[in-house]
Each structure stands twice: as C-alpha cells, then as structure tokens.
Design a binder for this molecule. Structure first.
Ligand SMILES: [Zn+2]
Ligand SMILES: [Zn+2]
Length: 383
C-alpha cells in the first residue's frame, strides 16, 4: 500500500513538473517595489496562506520590500507584511500585469500565477506558469512575430524540449528556469500574433527525444553560416544527434556573413602573448582555410588555437571565418552567428517558407531523433 502511494506521489510530481513551471522573472533588475494588477480576469491574493483580497482589473496591488518581508497594499488597505505573497488566477486564461516602480523597468504581462518572496534585500518574483503558456512566450521572444505557422510549431517543440531538459538549472534559487538568454528568453505571454498560440496548441506536449527516449539537448542558434558543428567541438562532449550538417538554407539569411577589421599590430601582439605563436608576423602564417569546411582549430605555424577561444577573445559572431591581411589590418571574413550547434534558426525559417514541415526540419538538424508526446515520455520513465 505504501509503495503504491509513493508511486502515486512520484507520478504527481512528474506530471506537476511537466505542466507547471516556476520561472524567475526580473531577476537582474533587483526590484524593490512593483504594482500588480489583473489584465484579463480576476485574481485572489494570499499572504502566508491567508486570503487578503480579490483583485479586479482596475485594482492595483503594490508589493514592496519591507524589512525582509513583502509588504502588500492597495489604495484603501494596508494588508501588512508577509514572507510569501501569491497571486492566484480565478479562471483559466487569466493574465496579470506587473509594473516595477523601483527601479522603473518595462511592464510585463504574464499568464497564470505570481509568487513574491524576498531574497537578498529585493523582491524575488516567480511566474508560476502552465508549460504551454510559457512555451508561447518563449517562442515569441526567440523568433518574433513575423514567421509562418510551421516555423512556430517547430520552435514550440524545440523550446518545450529545451525547457523540460533544463528544469534543474536554478534549483538552488527555488525556481526552474530564468527569463534570460542563460535559459531561454521569456518576457511573458505571447501577444503579437495569433499564430503562436495556434502553433503551441497544435504541438501541445510534443518533445524531441533521442534513440534512448531521453529528451534531447535542443540546442539552436541564429545562423550556422552553411555548416553546423558537432557538439564535441564546442562543449567537449559528443552527442550523437548533434552532428555536423551542411546547410544551404541559411546562406541568404540576415546573419549569413559578417566581417571585422583588427589592426594588424594588435592581432600579431595577441597571437604572440596569448598563444605564443611567435612567427605570426610573416605573411604566409596568417593564411587560413577557405572556409568551405568548418575548422575547429586555427592552425598557425607554431600551435593550434581553438577557434572558440579566438571567438571569445575578439567577441566574434561565430567560429566560422577566414583571415585576410593588408599592411594595416587583419580582415576577418566570417559566416553565421552563434555557437553553430543544432538547429540553425535562419535555415529553419527558410525551410518552412519553401514547404518543409516542422518534423522535416527537426530531422534535418537533429539526427536519429523522434518527436513524441510527453505522456509517452512519462510512460517510459515510469516503466
Ligand atoms: Zn537561467
Ligand atoms: Zn544554417
């Protein structure tokens, strides 16, 4: 009997973590005070588990840091100070607005619930949000409002997979994911095109798994420049489904090409001091591959330098480049934007425009993977 109850409890935790996410919002803004109000529908507000008030669209509730607690006020009432304040939606589909006033930063609109506590002398704000609402917000933040529905379906599956595969990233801070590029960019509910909610619900619960039925690391980047790179070249870890793919779809993309100039002396100095490449001054030693094929190392005459180090040190858009020089400068001619692993967004956008389905695109960038429903995944985990 106990085993059965434990089993049930485990099942509940899994399905809960799969459907409701805690997202740390406004983390880097160190908010001391904000006004929260319903935007769609009405809310209830609780302080340490006790109901304080019903909140309607024209009511604003002020929450603020008050000596290590969360102070709660409306225009008429001072509700007092609490360790934990929760705004709970009364109906499915409700949205709240939050307007930070100290400091005054962008107003956000979020689906579902809000949890407010104090951490490090400021408000710790957590959007407790249904997975599919979160996915819609991320898809909009990551790909804008100008794409077609097939692309949004693809991005929904990829962002959902990425989120569920990274639920432990902020475990010690008490939430699942942050709202920055560190996890996935999320600025609240999607609101600029109807196609996003449509795509999210058409792919509801769908995720990408590998041949062991484990969620994949659904890496993506802006533009690969014509060839994606295998995971081991960037993260020193081989991942069977993240291989190098030749991609002609992104060659006309916005970020297909870039160039940057570096004064020749500065470059030579950098090579000498940083990499001990003593003979970098000579002409021939600066030759680099023709960039038809991506390389991992910059092969100088003296040493091999990992291209990702050069990218980091000079803040370059990618590790896919060749070098030309004249008397004054070193000219770096580059391709693509981002780490180059996994799905190339601009290639995927083009593929969706010319008629490839979201599933075709996923199989093009991720090798030997399957698109399955989350309920099946829970089934596999439990048995
Ligand atoms: Zn994060
Ligand atoms: Zn590409």
């Amino acid at each position: 009997m106990i085993r059965f109850l434990l089993f049930l409890l485990t099942m509940c935790q899994i399905s809960l973590s799969a459907e409701v996410l805690d997202i740390g919002i406004y983390r880097t803004d160190k908010i001391k005070q904000a006004v929260v109000a319903p935007s769609i529908g009405s809310y209830e507000v609780f302080g340490d588990g006790k109901k304080l008030a019903d909140v309607f669209p024209n009511d604003g509730i002020r929450v603020y840091e008050a000596g290590g607690k969360v102070g709660v006020r409306s225009i008429q009432n001072d509700f007092g100070n609490f360790s934990k304040v929760v705004f709970v939606r009364k109906n499915w589909g409700n949205v709240f607005r939050i307007r930070p006033t100290q400091p005054a930063v962008r107003e956000g609109k979020y689906n579902d619930n809000l949890v407010v506590t104090i951490s490090g002398g400021h408000l710790k704000l957590i959007n407790r949000v249904y997975l599919e609402h979160y996915v819609g917000g991320v898809v909009e933040a990551e790909s804008g409002s100008k794409q077609n529905i097939e692309y949004y379906k693809l991005q929904s599956i990829v962002c959902r997979t990425y989120a569920l595969n990274n639920l432990r990233r902020h475990e010690d801070e008490g939430f699942h994911l942050c709202d920055q590029v560190h996890c996935q960019v999320y600025h609240g509910t999607s609101r600029f095109t109807e196609l996003i909610p449509e795509a999210v619900s058409a792919t509801k619960g769908q995720v990408v798994v590998d041949s062991n039925i484990d969620l994949v690391t659904a890496a993506f980047h802006s533009n690969c420049g014509g060839q994606t790179i295998p995971a081991e070249h960037v993260w020193s870890k081989q991942v069977p489904y993240l291989q190098s793919v030749r991609d002609t779809f992104c060659l006309e993309g916005k970020h297909a090409r870039w160039e940057t100039r570096i004064p020749r002396q500065k470059w030579v100095q950098y090579m000498r001091t940083r990499h001990g490449a003593g003979r970098m001054g000579g002409h021939g030693s600066l030759d680099f591959n023709e960039a038809d094929q991506r390389e991992v190392y910059y092969a100088s005459s003296d040493s091999e330098i990992h291209l990702k180090e050069i990218r980091r040190d000079w803040n370059l858009k990618s590790t896919f480049f060749r070098i030309e020089e004249d008397e004054q400068d070193v000219l770096i001619l580059g391709r693509g934007f981002g780490h180059g692993v996994g799905m190339c967004q601009e290639g995927a956008m083009r593929m969706s425009e010319i008629g490839y389905s979201h599933a075709d695109i996923i199989h093009f960038y991720y090798k030997d993977v399957h698109i399955i429903d989350l309920s099946v995944l829970d089934f596999f985990r439990e048995h």
